[in-house]
Write a protein that binds this ligand. Structure first.
Ligand code: NDP
Ligand code: OXD
Length: 310
């Protein structure tokens, strides 16, 4: 039987994904019609980006799953017209990209690289930076990305803690969880990396209270989602020196509006949601493998728990 697979993302993404998807279909030996315009009632699977124009799934009566090209699925988890399984993107390219991006920014802060890179005063001031094992880093969110980041930082020698919803045991990482673990996780965050999803539970997790529980002069790196941070509280903590600097990749509104205080703030680095990109070839293989699982009666990988919102 020929499967009908709809590609529902912004039209310009089709040219990036079409060839890798066709190649992955061929490798998997799947006979499929793949396209951006298929009769809804005949579609078997929907490959989906949450910024796609498709928001009403009610006419896709035959579809077996929606497979998100994004890791963050907050734009779709509450869609009431979606009644079939939803999977999210877990991709080795995405993970490696996130590890490299976070490591770069952690090392920037740890080694105080800005002092030399931005120096304009011709002063010769040798200093001895701490070693990695003397630096406490907390990764908030120990999922696909946070675990890889935490383990990689621990391999570099950092003293790494992590925080998640459910309890975890990870070699080399001090794992905290839940409300009761948050205080310890914050107290350890000389550098705090936010890799939590956007859910009702995580909204404004970085607020005036939690910021005050971080060590004075802490650094924040946020490649998770903009909603994790109460922006007013962070700006106040930066101005007071409670937080020394923040690197922010994600925002409540993207693109970050030109007049936003983050752009001009001397203690903020803004990056344009580039921490990690899904790599089309590995992502296409993952998506097609999940379709193969669906067709062979296996459970889908990376299923979203719609109640939890991630
Ligand atoms: P996962 O779903 O694999 O992991 C999420 C982690 O957050 C889990 O450890 C989970 O805990 C934890 N968590 C969720 N809710 C809570 C809570 N209430 N309290 C404590 N911990 C919580 O996601 P990924 O690692 O794949 O991705 C994380 C986020 O990164 C994405 O949701 C997305 O927003 C962002 N992202 C950003 C990119 C960028 O370029 N800037 C690129 C890709 C993703 P538990 O383990 O117990 O479930
Ligand atoms: C994602 C992202 O969720 O790029 O995949 O932020």
């Amino acid at each position: 039987m020929t499967l009908n697979i709809l590609f529902a993302a912004r039209p310009e993404r089709w040219s990036c994904y079409e060839a890798p998807l066709r190649k992955a279909l061929e490798s998997a030996g799947l006979d499929a019609t793949l396209g951006m315009d298929l009769p809804p009632a005949e579609v078997d699977y929907i490959i989906y980006a949450p910024d796609s124009p498709l928001q009403d799934f009610s006419s896709y009566t035959r579809a077996k799953a929606v497979l998100s090209l994004w890791a963050g699925v907050e734009k779709i988890t509450h869609n009431e017209t979606l009644k079939i399984p939803l999977t999210r993107m877990v991709d080795p390219g995405l993970t490696t990209g996130m590890v490299e991006w976070v490591t770069g920014h952690v090392l920037r802060y740890h080694l105080d690289l800005d002092t030399d890179i931005l120096r304009s005063d011709s002063r010769w001031e040798p200093r001895t930076p701490p070693l990695a094992h003397e630096r406490n880093v907390t990764v908030f969110g120990l999922g696909a990305l946070g675990t890889a980041v935490a383990q990689s930082l621990a391999t570099l020698g950092f003293n790494v803690a992590g925080w998640s919803r459910s309890p975890k045991t990870l070699s080399g990482i001090t794992c905290h969880s839940g409300h009761e673990g948050l205080k310890s996780a914050l107290a350890h965050s000389e550098i705090g990396v936010l890799l939590l999803p956007d859910t009702s539970e995580t909204a404004n997790i970085v607020n005036a209270t939690t910021l005050s529980l971080m060590p004075k002069g802490a650094y924040i790196i946020n490649p998770g989602r903009g909603t994790l941070i109460d922006d007013t509280a962070l700006l106040a903590a930066l101005d007071e020196g409670q937080i020394a600097h923040a690197t922010l990749d994600v925002f409540r509104r993207e693109p970050l509006p030109s007049g936003h205080p983050y752009w001009a703030h001397p203690k903020v680095t803004v990056t344009p949601h580039i921490a990690a990109a899904t790599r089309t070839s590995t992502a296409a293989e993952n998506i097609i493998q999940n379709i193969v699982r669906g067709e062979t009666g296996k459970s889908f990988l990376h299923l979203v728990n719609r109640d939890l919102g991630y």
